[in-house]
Every structure is written in structure tokens, then in C-alpha cells.
Ligand binder design. Structure first.
Ligand SMILES: O=C(O)CCC(=O)C(=O)O
Length: 284
């Protein structure tokens, strides 16, 4: 079946499927002014990315720095993770300090329009690029799903600057407009821009946009948090229903619960023992 075919949900006898009342619920993104969202969507369509400055206050960045700092241990195991880059995975199982980034209304407002209802969180990581790190291999974040380009994005990503992003400290480098490319990869002459933005800002880009962490030729580390999202019918990068204990999941916002996998892509993708997975959170 191609993704353009009639979805199985239109079959008469699946009308009362188990997604029921959870088929689509408004997210925190509904609180964002529609004119603002329209401008964001136009930028994403044109450039493949949009930058939102100063969404977090200095105190929130400081809190994240303090919480994340003690976990920053070994550097990456390969050049993609970065030999001089520290990564913390499974952030949701460790702290609540980054929840606000995951379900920020501005982020959800564009995800609501880019992806299908009940889209999932695919990854949440802290990335600390240390001095001396070289530029990361350019890639696009939905490149590991084996569906040929050009195509609509299957995923989207945010990168939140917890430290100021400067041209020389490893700011993410983007290839504007590359979300429309077919099979080709970035060449040395392709225009690329470092995302220079103050701490507390966020760059949002579609999963088809070529990008990579920048080289850090400065004397200071660059801390970021990245939250990535994918279509509800794809397998996320991080298996959050396995890594986040149910006692923690119960305390999360409805939007985050849904994005962790306590949701269904109708009629039954994501079901647990034939039932809606939210029921697991009702059980002791
Ligand atoms: O740290 C960054 O700026 C980009 C990292 C990235 O794109 C990735 O690891 O997928």
C-alpha cells in the first residue's frame, strides 16, 4: 500500500475503532494565535526552518544547565555522536526540567499542522559540543526511514540553545531550502548558515532539512537540548514507553503522555493487548 492509498480507517466496520474519543484531541498548540502559526508555516515551507528567539528565560536555561551538568560524562562513541560531544539520552526519565521544551505551545502549533494527530516524541537529548569538536556529518533527521526523497517530512526537530549559539561554538548549521532536495547531498558550495541565537531560543526544522552540529573552535562548550518528533505510524528513535517508568508517565502533561506513545494512530497502531494504552496509566 502506498501512503496515498485510502486509509483503512474508512472501512465501514472500523468506524467505532478503539482510538474512540482519543482520535484527535486539541493540543497546547491551539493556544497560539493562528496568524503567528501561519507565518511559521510559511517560513517552514519556504526555508525548511524557523527560529524563535528567547522562548525561555535565563533562569530556565540555568536550571537546565544545573540539572544536566552532573550527567555530562563520556564523549560520543562515533563521529556522528561526536568524539568531543557529550550526549544525554532518555532525558524524560531523569528530570522534569525539559518538559516545557517538549510540549511548548509554539512547537505543538506547527507540529499540529505538519504531522498527523497523535504524532510522537522520537528523541529528547542534551547535546554538549566541547571545544575542539569538528563539524558533524550533514544529515536530515528522517533519513533513517527508508522512503525516497523528495517527499513530505516524516519528522521534525527542535534544537534549543541553552548556551548562546555563536558562529564559532558549534551552533547548528542548516542548508536553507534543502528540505526540497531529491536524492542529492550537500556539496561544499551549497549555502549553509550557522543558527546564531541567544540562549533560550529554539530552531525548529522539518525532518527533510539537511543540517549538522557545527565545529566548536571557541574556548567554551555549547549546550543544547533537542526534541524530535515523528509521524504516529513510525517507530520513534527512543523507545520512551520502555525507558520512562509508568509512575513518571502518570505525572506528565496530556500532550507529553500522548507523544510518549500513550495514544493510538487509528484504528489500532499502538494498541496494548487490544486496548488503548492510556488504560495502563489508570492501573496501579
Ligand atoms: O547539536 C546540534 O547542533 C545538531 C545535532 C544533530 O543534528 C543530531 O545529532 O542529529
Amino acid at each position: 500500500m502506498s501512503i496515498d492509498d485510502e486509509p483503512v480507517t474508512t472501512l465501514e466496520d472500523l468506524r467505532g475503532d478503539l482510538a474512540g474519543r482519543y482520535k484527535w484531541t486539541p493540543t497546547g498548540g491551539a493556544s497560539v494565535d493562528t496568524a503567528i502559526v501561519a507565518a511559521d508555516m510559511a517560513a517552514l515551507d519556504r526555508d525548511g526552518y524557523v527560529i524563535w528567539e528567547n522562548l525561555l528565560g535565563a533562569d530556565e536555561c540555568e536550571q537546565i544547565r544545573e540539572v544536566v551538568g552532573p550527567w555530562l560524562g563520556p564523549t560520543g562513541r562515533n563521529s556522528f555522536e561526536g568524539r568531543r560531544t557529550q550526549r544525554i539520552y532518555s532525558v524524560l526519565s531523569r528530570t522534569r526540567a525539559c518538559d516545557r521544551l517538549v510540549d511548548h505551545p509554539r512547537v505543538l502549533s506547527v507540529l499540529d499542522r505538519l504531522l498527523m494527530p497523535n504524532y510522537l516524541l522520537s528523541a529528547l537529548q542534551a547535546i554538549n559540543i566541547q571545544p575542539g569538536e569538528s563539524a558533524q556529518l550533514p544529515h536530515h533527521d528522517d533519513g533513517f526511514y527508508p522512503i525516497p526523497r523528495p517527499r513530505a517530512p516524516l519528522a521534525a526537530a527542535t534544537i534549543w540553545a541553552i548556551d548562546d549559539f555563536t558562529a564559532d561554538n558549534g551552533a547548528t548549521v542548516l542548508f536553507p531550502g534543502s528540505h526540497r532536495w531529491g536524492k542529492r547531498r550537500p556539496e561544499p558550495d551549497d549555502p549553509a548558515i550557522p543558527v546564531v541565537m541567544p540562549a533560550g531560543s529554539c530552531v525548529f526544522f522539518v525532518g527533510t532539512l539537511w543540517h549538522g552540529g557545527g565545529a566548536n573552535t571557541s574556548a567554551h562548550a555549547r549546550l543544547a537540548v533537542t526534541a524530535q518528533y515523528c509521524q504516529p505510524w513510525l517507530r520513534p528513535m527512543e523507545a520512551f514507553t520502555l525507558s520512562v517508568p509508568r509512575d513518571i508517565a502518570r505525572t506528565l502533561s496530556d500532550d507529553i503522555k500522548r507523544m510518549l506513545g500513550y495514544s493510538v494512530h487509528p484504528p489500532f497502531v499502538g494498541a496494548v493487548d487490544g486496548l488503548h494504552p492510556l488504560r495502563l496509566l489508570d492501573q496501579p
